[in-house]
Ligand binder design. Structure first.
Ligand SMILES: Cc1cc2nc3c(=O)[nH]c(=O)nc-3n(C[C@H](O)[C@H](O)[C@H](O)COP(=O)(O)OP(=O)(O)OC[C@H]3O[C@@H](n4cnc5c(N)ncnc54)[C@H](O)[C@@H]3O)c2cc1C
Length: 359
């Protein structure tokens, strides 16, 4: 059997979405090599929130997040099955005056009074002082998205942990291995530990995603239609997989202060995942050694021939990793841009600021 034209290393949400887009473009000679370990997608809450802290500080990242957010409705619809894409929107909330001073930096007016907030969410604590409604900040269920993508690529997924890129035989190799991208490529991707809880109770206690500051603690609650409510998440510069008493305590303390009725819910799961962070917390998207290529237009049409070799040996190596806190949100745009790069060498201007070799 001859080598596949495209091998994707990592069958997480990013690698699978790229594979799906390539298949839709008629590139069927591909494999997705996946180690089978649940990636960060298995833990992620699936908030599609382009207005967070990193976007605030980086205009290029803000544009990428916005552009991907705009693509989510079509992406979810195209998958053709229920992936939990929910358009109710997010309430940004503050419990005290100090919390409000901290949180309001990221809020878009108008400010909602407590009575207006409780009209939207009657289960909120009467202590909630202020908030805003962000209709464009929606949610999706990453486990359902990955299941849907796996189904579309079922005959292309190979159970294999790649130890070294040299062992991958293909014309084009796309590295989408989450945190393991660092080991495979030498790029600066670091694991950022996140602990997240899942509660279950009567459906309907909450409708919106709640993103709150509660007596100085950051917490978010993501209600699914089936009565599950996700409570997240810690952000720790650690590599271990321990669920700690302190984290469970802090998350539940904030969640129950915000929504007292959660006390009746069952704690069904405690999970730990590692976000693939980078030095500027923006993703790494593009050729492994972009500095070697000055004229990308020349690659059009040869990307799949192996004629140009910016990566390793006689292959092209492309990286799609380091999505940190926004990998679910950034899935549609990453898949479109990387599929364009693989299929015809098209370097979208949106990729410019995210070259893997920028550090
Ligand atoms: C607690 C928490 C909450 C989060 N909440 C959100 C959120 O609300 N919204 C959002 O947008 N993002 C969120 N994220 C971030 C998001 O989960 C990640 O950015 C995203 O999962 C990155 O996708 P990925 O496919 O690159 O990596 P991963 O999801 O980590 O998947 C990597 C895949 O590669 C495979 N793999 C790894 N190494 C190898 C190898 N050597 N060979 C073969 N296969 C390999 C793994 O088995 C896995 O399947 C959250 C993350 C955490 C931890």
């Amino acid at each position: 059997m001859s080598a596949p034209r495209v091998a994707i290393v990592g069958g997480g949400i990013i690698g699978l979405a790229i594979g799906w887009r390539l298949r839709q473009r008629g590139i069927d000679d591909l494999v997705v090599l996946d180690s089978g370990e649940p990636g960060a997608w298995h833990v992620a809450a699936g908030m599609l929130a382009p207005g967070g802290e990193s976007a605030f500080e980086q205009p290029a990242l803000a544009r990428l997040l916005e552009a991907s957010n705009e693509r989510w409705p079509a992406f979810a619809a195209e998958l053709g099955v229920d992936v939990g894409f929910d358009t109710t929107g997010t309430l940004g909330l503050a419990m005290t005056a100090d919390d409000q001073a901290e949180a309001a930096r990221f809020w878009t007016p108008p400010l909602l009074r407590p009575s207006e907030l409780r009209e939207r969410e009657p289960a909120l604590s009467p202590r909630v002082r202020a908030g805003v409604y962000a209709p464009a900040e929606r949610q999706v269920d990453p486990r359902k998205v990955v299941a849907a993508l796996r189904e579309r690529l079922a005959d292309r997924i190979v159970a294999k942990r790649v130890e070294d890129l040299a062992e991958v035989d293909a014309d084009v190799v796309v590295v989408a291995a989450g945190c393991d991208t660092a080991r495979l490529t030498g790029l600066p991707v670091r694991p950022v530990k996140g602990q997240l809880l899942r509660l279950r109770g009567e459906p309907g206690l909450l409708r919106h995603v709640l993103s709150a500051t509660v007596d100085g603690r950051e917490v978010y609650l993501v209600p699914r239609a089936d009565g599950e409510i996700l409570v997240g998440a810690t952000q720790e510069e650690r590599t271990d997989h321990a669920v700690t008493a302190g984290a469970v305590h802090e998350l539940l303390h904030a969640a129950l202060d915000l929504v007292p009725g959660l006390a009746e819910f069952e704690l069904i799961e405690t999970t730990v995942g590692h976000r693939p962070g980078t030095p500027d917390n923006a993703p790494l998207l593009g050729w492994l050694a972009p500095n070697d290529i000055t004229d990308l237009s020349g690659l059009s049409g040869v990307a799949l021939s192996g004629a140009a070799s910016p990566g390793a040996g006689d292959r092209l190596v492309i990286v799609a990793a380091g999505h940190h806190r926004n990998g679910v949100l950034l899935t549609p745009i990453t898949a479109d841009l990387i599929a364009g790069l693989v299929a015809d060498g098209h370097q979208d201007p949106l990729l410019e600021k995210f070259a893997p070799g920028r550090f």
